[in-house]
Design a protein around this ligand. Structure first.
Ligand SMILES: [Zn+2]
Length: 283
């Protein structure tokens, strides 16, 4: 995965523009589907790698995230290769367009979109289509086809509306963008306009780690293990501690920039999107 493409994808998500796809040639992403267990699948793609997690039950399908609007038809096509059940629920891990851009099309198929209070508020504020039908400030559960799906608000971290989704029957967690793992995904992107926080980020990962699971589907990258999330937690701690130290030493903008670039894999798009917010948070 090309890092620049990924960064653009993430920024595109921030801007919540379906047209962000224009940056990738305008067409839908090429999608593939990975089987996690007897009932669960992960839909991933080469160009804009926000992952979709699917639970198939005999009372309908639950999706975590639904990519950009332009990817909708291909998501449905892939699901149809394993089930004829309708999509009953779509859970948005946060408001970014690469995770929630398909909402309106899913709602048109009678799916109910669920997100945190804060994620919906942000979608309303930026006039994003497909606003969630159901929201919660605390944990809520869905019961479908004899299975349980737990939605746990965490953070602020990537945004102030992040949730993680636990499938306790399968010991699987869909983490959204509080965790990314894989080539080109290691920079920790904080959406300050969306209420994100690098300082609070480790706490959000700790909240996720309090849950009982073995497998983690990150917001971007590769299907991972609990140990990968633990390692990522250490990285978020190091990020926060390093920036706190720079703030205490009253370091310059150039110093902050050098550290995030050299030690934390930030590139131009991360710097443009989040360096000012980061400095404000730690100075
Ligand atoms: Zn995001």
């Amino acid at each position: 995965m090309n890092r620049k493409l990924l960064g653009l994808a993430v920024l595109g998500g921030w801007l919540a523009l379906p047209s962000a796809h224009a940056q990738f040639g305008g067409g839908p992403s090429e999608l593939s589907m990975i089987k996690l267990n007897n009932d669960m699948y992960v839909i991933s793609n080469v160009a804009v790698p926000g992952l979709v997690t699917a639970l198939v039950t005999n009372e309908g399908v639950v999706l975590v995230d639904d990519k950009f609007e332009v990817d909708h038809d291909n998501i449905i096509k892939l699901l149809r290769t394993v089930t004829n059940q309708p999509v009953k629920y779509v859970i948005n891990t946060h408001y970014h367009g690469d995770h929630s851009g398909g909402n309106a099309k899913m709602q048109a198929m009678n799916a109910i979109v669920v997100a945190s209070d804060n994620a919906r508020a942000r979608m309303v504020a930026v006039n994003q289509p497909g606003q969630p039908n159901v929201t919660a400030a605390g944990p809520i559960s869905l019961y479908i086809g004899g299975k349980t799906v737990e939605i746990h608000p965490v953070g602020p971290a990537h945004t102030n509306g992040d949730v993680v989704v636990l499938f306790p029957d399968y010991r699987v967690l869909a983490s959204g963008d509080i965790f990314a793992n894989g080539p080109g995904t290691s920079a920790q992107l904080v959406d300050y306009a969306g209420g994100g926080s690098a300082k609070a980020w480790p706490k959000a990962v700790e909240q996720a780690l309090e849950l009982d699971f073995d497998t983690v589907v990150p917001g971007h990258g590769l299907v991972s293990k609990r140990a990968d999330l633990q390692a990522y937690h250490a990285r978020t701690m190091r990020f926060s501690a390093t920036l706190t130290e720079l703030g205490l030493q009253k370091k310059s903008r150039a110093d902050f920039e050098a550290v995030v670039r050299n030690e934390f894999d930030w590139e131009d798009f991360h710097v443009q999107a989040a360096l000012d917010g980061l400095i404000k948070e730690f100075q």
